[in-house]
Design a protein around this ligand. Structure first.
Ligand SMILES: Cc1cc2nc3c(=O)[nH]c(=O)nc-3n(C[C@H](O)[C@H](O)[C@H](O)COP(=O)(O)OP(=O)(O)OC[C@H]3O[C@@H](n4cnc5c(N)ncnc54)[C@H](O)[C@@H]3O)c2cc1C
Length: 562
């Protein structure tokens, strides 16, 4: 049985950064990923990563922008750590081999991003995540004596001992269906987000909320689940992302009348207001009949010199051409707000510790909370790296002091039975894909840019019905080799859990803050709602709601305008 000081589930930026940090302490590490690590969703990150590295910039300015962006729901102690540690992390990445853009003076160059009062986004063209992920993977190779990689293994269930401590996980080898207990002193969840609970989404098919649901199922608290980010510039129909880097380089948003409508909504920051503000502005224009017949507004990138677009935004040139038939260097492209990121997740402290002993979380699966009600663009890559590293260091240091748990191999039996039950389902139920489509469309209709009690309640009733239908959903593949049908059926359960926790938290928060805009409670209400909503399962059929305080250190809440 594999036994390690630290087990990391997920090999995107958060997981690989955690693995490197843990390995550097001398701990033994297992890192597992349901896809090859460099296919993790971090590879899609385009626009860049924030750090106050320029001499004229300060971490305090970065921290304030992040807090304001979060609509004052972010925890200021965690934000201070992230923004203070950002410059050193950036330099570490550079020294490790990430080829960040350098300007004509030979210095690291930046681009502007939304909600930021300085241009502090460092980037590699529009493939920043790709570049960082590959460098981390190369660096991991140096530690092959202490880091065991389990590529194309799927974590199905977290394991606990009699005292409730997490002691590892059951995982399935996707190549042959073998189940294995992974024994670990500490386990770090780095499974990424849950965008596939929405349709459409900018997130890939693998982003299915596995870690959030697995932690929730064993009693961990989730936090800020109502805060779901809609990105202002996604393609109609397929949800593909046009990076914020385009607006950072100078692109404008126009309605169907050719008006630069952001002048009305955010006269100072215009297109570079924070994402919740821009998405609401676009949706308002569309709802008021100022959009195009396909339910979109236009992003005009022709304002950016063609040479610069081809140098710095070449991926979105390809996306525009291949997926919308538009040459973005010559004509505006139609876009609208689309699901992109989940600010909520498994509640952690600043070292990644969750409310379950022995269980850590880092990256998009986690909620530290540095993003609060709304994440600033280019702060997620930073979050994955800072808190991935801190989780890896902490879990390893703790693990080196502890005895290895002894987990019986029979702990695979429950998972084995559950998988056999999926394979043996009789005909007659709905297809997994049909249920997943209904889930995603429901969330996109009722838990999107604008929400109200009636819609959220309707969505919750639909999700409860889908939760009853999911265990009967039929699959075709009954084999053991790369059986994605079985995995799809398991992931559907995770996404339904995530959806329900989002809806319950969104119904609970009776105010508008950040990404949660309640048309029935349109104002922010600090007196009653300047607090986190925590959600846990605790054996109850429906999610249980608790509250926890927002940590405010030196930045008192103010009116938020851009
Ligand atoms: C199109 C796009 C562009 C973006 N651009 C930017 C940007 O420019 N700047 C920025 O800051 N942020 C950006 N983001 C957000 C950012 O990329 C993500 O939030 C971040 O990369 C998430 O990293 P992660 O390590 O938490 O998870 P991921 O990179 O999603 O990795 C998750 C890992 O978990 C594994 N996994 C999941 N479930 C299981 C399981 N059950 N068993 C085993 N393994 C499992 C996966 O295989 C994968 O290895 C963008 C997001 C998208 C969608």
């Amino acid at each position: 049985m594999p036994s390690h000081d630290v087990l990391i589930i997920g090999a995107g930026l958060a997981g690989q950064r955690a693995a490197l940090a843990a390995a550097q302490t001398g701990a033994t590490v297992a890192i597992i990923s349901k896809v090859h690590p460099v296919r993790s969703h971090s590879v899609a990150a385009a626009g860049g990563i924030n750090a106050a590295l320029n001499p004229e910039d300060t971490w305090e300015s970065h921290a304030f922008d992040t807090i304001k962006g979060s609509d004052y729901l972010g925890d200021q102690d965690a934000i201070e750590i992230m923004t203070r540690e950002a410059p050193a992390e950036m330099l570490w990445l550079e020294h490790a081999g990430v080829t960040f853009y350098r300007n004509e003076t030979g210095n690291l160059g930046t681009r502007a991003f939304g909600g930021a009062s300085a241009a502090r986004t460092y980037y590699v063209a529009d493939i920043t995540g790709h570049a960082i992920l590959h460098v981390l993977y190369e660096q991991l190779m140096k530690h092959s004596d202490t880091v065991d990689r389990f590529e194309e293994w799927f974590g199905t269930d977290l394991l606990q001992d009699d005292d409730g401590r997490c002691i590892g996980a059951v995982c399935r080898n996707l190549r042959d269906g073998e189940l294995q207990v992974f024994n670990a002193k500490n386990t770090i969840l780095a499974n990424g987000g849950a965008g596939q609970a929405y349709k459409p989404t900018t997130n890939g098919l693998i982003v299915t909320g596995d870690g959030i649901s697995q932690a929730y199922r064993i009693g961990a608290r989730l936090m800020d689940m109502e805060m779901v980010q809609y990105h202002p510039t996604t393609l109609a129909g397929n949800g593909l992302l046009i990076t914020e880097g385009a607006r950072g380089e100078g692109a404008w948003l126009l309605n169907a009348k050719g008006e630069r409508f952001m002048e009305k909504y955010a006269p100072n920051k215009l297109e570079l207001a924070s994402r919740d503000v821009v998405s609401r502005a676009e949706q308002t224009e569309i709802n008021e009949g100022n959009g195009f017949p396909d339910g979109t507004v236009a992003l005009d990138i022709t304002r950016v010199p063609r040479r610069r677009v081809l140098e710095a935004l070449r991926e979105i040139v390809n996306i525009g051409r291949d997926f919308a038939g538009v040459d973005i260097t010559r004509e505006p492209i139609h876009i609208h707000p689309g699901q992109h990121y989940i600010m909520g997740g498994v509640k952690t402290d600043v070292d990644g510790q969750t409310t379950i002993p022995g269980l850590y979380a880092a990256g998009e699966v986690a909620c530290v909370s540095v993003h609060g009600g709304n994440r600033l663009g280019a702060n997620s890559l930073l979050d994955t790296l800072i808190f991935g590293r801190r989780s890896g260091e902490h879990a390893a240091a703790q693990g080196l002091q502890m005895p290895m748990p002894t987990t019986p191999v029979t702990r695979v039996n429950d998972t084995d039975r559950a998988i056999r039950a999926i394979i043996n389902r009789s005909e007659g139920g709905r297809r997994v894909s049909a249920i997943k489509d209904e889930l995603g469309e429901t969330m996109n209709q009722y838990a999107a840019v604008f929400r109200d009690a009636a819609g959220l309640q309707t969505a919750h009733e639909i999700i409860r019905r889908l939760k009853e239908e999911a265990p009967k959903a039929v699959i075709d593949d009954r084999g053991t080799v790369f059986n994605q049908d079985v995995i799809g059926a398991i992931e559907l359960g995770y996404m339904l859990d995530v959806a329900e926790t989002i809806l319950v938290a969104a119904m609970e928060r009776k105010e508008s803050r950040g990404a949660q805009y309640r048309t029935d409670f349109p104002a922010r209400n600090d007196d009653e709602w300047l607090k986190h909503i925590d959600i846990s399962a605790n054996g109850a059929d429906e999610p249980k709601v608790d509250y926890s305080p927002v940590t405010i250190t030196r930045w008192e809440p103010q009116e938020r305008t851009y």
